[in-house]
Design a protein. Structure first.
Length: 374
């Protein structure tokens, strides 16, 4: 069976590793820092694109099975890891009235049963979620939407992989170079000059993926997009639903933590917090749920999304002009919810199995040759 090298241990790399292991492959996973500490840790874990009608069908196709897939993986991994990564089925309220019509019809129009929605008037709304501000007299409610506790998800997968006899994990091991020979990668080389060989190699390097452009002579239009978060601690099960208004959200975890965000800024690989952004997040959070003002903020952080064009359609498949170099990167705002289906598609393409979804939309053939682009 094949031996695969995965460069990048975020959710894209880790889920891809799981899929390949299930098929009997062996996997070596490399990360430049501690595994699972980049965007996949920083994200909110909503298992749906925010306002899915604002995204291309190719994004929704990969996202639609997220809840089912994570429920399955949680059941599979938990006996070995003892970690429940908590798929919290809270549903989601959206208050943006201009999205009501499309939101209510989206499930049917685009065959997305997870996105069934209902229109709630004031009494029903405040009964369902008593903490919602009185300024909102109606909302649309998506009862099937859920969130995953993503830091625990990563912890769980890593715990499973570390025990697995066909996995080798190399942390704090930045891969500097691909050793190329014609259409083949022969080895990957770390910063100390150490070479590692495999049959196939997968780039799962998230926001850092453009670093391969020069060596591969293609344009890779993936850039880091800074997103900031604020974490509140409330009593357990205090906020019954996720909430969304004007692209800001509140995500309750089972134990009462509420993740609030987010922002979008392009400032390279700088992950420092911005005080104005924090103020915006707090203003938006208090506008939805005023009682949060009296509850403690316990943490803030920022992460780097792998921003990509075309509404964030990821690159999944064989890299142009290569036989054994694969991509699974560029998931932008939806990498957690697209991860299980992205990893499955990668595995199916890499092992020559019939894909569940049509792969064309994700093909790295979209990447332009550097010479042609200039
Ligand atoms: C604030 C915020 C909120 C978000 N909310 C959501 C949400 O609610 N739902 C959702 O679906 N998505 C959300 N996202 C998006 C999601 O987090 C990302 O799309 C996803 O995590 C990308 O995963 P990844 O594995 O591709 O990248 P990452 O998790 O960033 O992993 C890439 C890894 O590659 C490693 N690496 C890079 N270069 C090298 C190299 N040369 N050698 C070795 N290792 C290397 C990095 O160290 C890193 O660990 C959010 C993101 C942010 C920042």
């Amino acid at each position: 069976m094949k031996h695969i090298a995965m460069i990048g241990a975020g959710i894209s790399g880790l889920m891809s590793a799981l899929e390949l292991l299930e098929q009997g492959c062996s996997v070596s996973i490399f990360d430049q820092q501690q595994s699972g500490q980049a965007a996949s840790w920083a994200g909110g874990g909503i298992l749906s694109p925010m306002y899915p009608w604002r995204y291309p069908a190719a994004v929704n196709v990969l996202a639609q099975s997220a809840k089912t897939e994570y429920l399955r993986w949680n059941a599979k991994l938990q006996p070995d890891t003892g970690i429940d990564f908590q798929i919290h089925e809270t549903g989601m309220l959206i208050f943006d009235e201009s999205d009501f019509d499309i939101g209510l019809n989206f499930a049917e129009l685009f065959q997305q049963p997870m996105q069934q929605a209902e229109h709630l008037h004031s009494t029903e709304l405040h009964q369902l979620n008593p903490h919602i501000s009185a300024q909102f007299q109606q909302a649309i409610y998506f009862p099937q939407l859920a969130n995953v506790r993503n830091p625990r998800l990563l912890q769980s997968i890593l715990c499973y992989l570390k025990q697995h006899p066909r996995v080798q994990l190399f942390e704090h091991c930045p891969i500097e170079r691909l050793e190329l020979h014609g259409q083949q990668v022969r080895a990957i080389v770390d910063q100390t000059g150490q070479r590692y060989q495999a049959d196939d190699y997968v780039l799962t390097t998230g926001a850092w993926s453009a670093r391969w452009a020069e060596q591969l002579d293609v344009q890779i239009p993936v850039r880091p997009v800074h997103g900031q978060m604020v974490l509140f601690k409330t009593p357990e099960n205090w906020l019954p639903t996720m909430c969304m208004n004007q692209v800001m959200y509140l995500i309750p975890r089972q134990d009462g933590h509420i993740v609030c965000g987010s922002s979008m800024a392009e400032q390279g690989f700088d992950t420092r917090l911005n005080a104005d952004t924090t103020a915006n997040i707090l203003e938006a959070s208090y506008a939805m749920v005023p009682a949060l003002k009296d509850l403690p903020i316990i943490k803030q952080w920022a992460g780097l999304r792998p921003g990509s064009p075309d509404g964030g359609i990821p690159y999944i498949g064989l890299m142009p002009e290569f036989d054994n170099l694969w991509a699974n990167f560029g998931h932008f705002r939806n990498g957690l919810c697209m991860a299980p289906a992205s990893a499955r598609l990668l595995r199916q393409l890499l092992l020559g199995q019939p894909p569940d979804v049509s792969p064309e939309a994700y093909s790295p053939a979209r990447l332009q040759r550097a010479a042609l682009a200039s």
